[in-house]
Design a protein around this ligand. Structure first.
Ligand SMILES: [Zn+2]
Ligand SMILES: [Zn+2]
Length: 321
């Protein structure tokens, strides 16, 4: 199967089907009701998936923002694969390419080159959110992420069949939890739909909003040479990934929060893992480096006046400014 056919297969199986499945799931769950065990399954699977995506695929495999023990490296691939966003090598290569050409015409999923006006913005949003995945020119992995190909753990775990196996595992685990708890097939169906399909769809859309909304609207305290934005509104559900302008300004940092009020649970999870000896060498950014990249002296003044240490200036920019 060639690359284009594989992209289209992935788009149908893991973008279109989860969307339809989530809609169907809501209808079915409205009839069956939801039990506490289903919510536990949802919460656990959500946490595992976003840890895998944001800390694994993103901060580690794409940016090497910290070092990690080999067993945890493998586990992060498994966790993230259950999110159905592509294999680790494909995801990380696309993301490194995105940083290299962010919001330029070569950027695979920029929302900024789909036309002018409201319609252009809408087309750009949908393109960056999900439509780009239907067909795109994949960046050459040996040009953007050679180390991933040289790591036997990564290459073994990200083979296509094995990757799809992890996706299925992510659907089966919450089904097994609710089914065994209730000792019923209806319980298994509820777990499959809530912790499996709906969790898969929701975590995908959360990540994809970083590609779309976080390059269209929000605050932009730093001069990151692109249109990346911070969005406090969904920083919680993306484990801090939505502080996207902070991230584009300092991609290698393991900490996306630049002010006390910017919640970045992802960094909190990393600090716990560091205490346990599972990760080390977490990159962070000094206050001097942050202030150097702030967009203007005015921004620095406002930040200081607001008592925010090297944080985000309280000015709001909209897309295209
Ligand atoms: Zn971005
Ligand atoms: Zn990144």
């Amino acid at each position: 199967m060639n690359i284009s056919a594989m992209q289209k297969r992935h788009f149908i199986l893991l973008d279109v089907v989860p969307f339809l499945g989530a809609l169907l799931g809501i209808v079915v769950l409205a009839r069956t009701g939801v039990q506490a065990v289903d919510l536990v399954g949802l919460l656990l699977m959500w946490f595992v998936t976003v840890v895998g995506i944001e800390l694994g695929y993103h901060r580690y495999f794409s940016h090497q923002a910290f070092q990690v023990r080999p067993w945890l490296k493998g586990l992060l691939v498994v966790f993230a694969s259950m999110g159905g966003q592509g294999s680790v090598i494909a995801w990380a290569t696309n993301h490194i390419h995105h940083h290299r050409f962010s919001d330029q015409p070569q950027d695979t999923h920029t929302p900024l080159h789909s036309g002018e006006g409201v319609l252009g913005r809408l087309k750009g949003f949908l393109h960056a959110q999900v439509l780009w995945k239907w067909s795109y020119r994949p960046p050459l992995p040996d040009k953007f992420a050679l180390w991933l190909y040289r790591d036997p753990i990564i290459t073994r775990l990200s083979k296509t069949r094995i990757y799809y196996g992890w996706v299925l595992l992510g659907l089966a685990l919450p089904a097994a939890l609710s089914g065994l708890w209730d000792m019923s097939w209806e319980g298994a169906l509820r777990g499959f739909l809530l912790g499996g399909v709906i969790r898969l769809f929701a975590t995908q859309q959360g990540t994809f909003l970083i590609n779309s909304l976080c390059h269209l609207a929000g605050t932009q305290p730093y001069n990151s040479k692109d249109n990346s934005r911070n969005n406090a509104g969904f920083a919680l559900v993306t484990l801090g990934g939505a502080w996207h302008n902070n991230h584009h300004a300092f991609p290698k940092s393991g900490k996306n929060s630049h002010a006390w009020w910017q919640i970045d649970y992802g960094y909190g999870v990393l600090k716990v893992a560091e205490q346990l000896g599972w990760v080390w060498d977490i990159h962070t950014v000094s206050q001097e480096d942050r202030q150097r990249k702030l967009k203007s002296a005015g921004a620095i003044t406002k930040t200081r006046a607001a008592g925010i240490s090297g944080g985000e200036a309280p000015h709001e920019n909209t897309a295209g400014s």
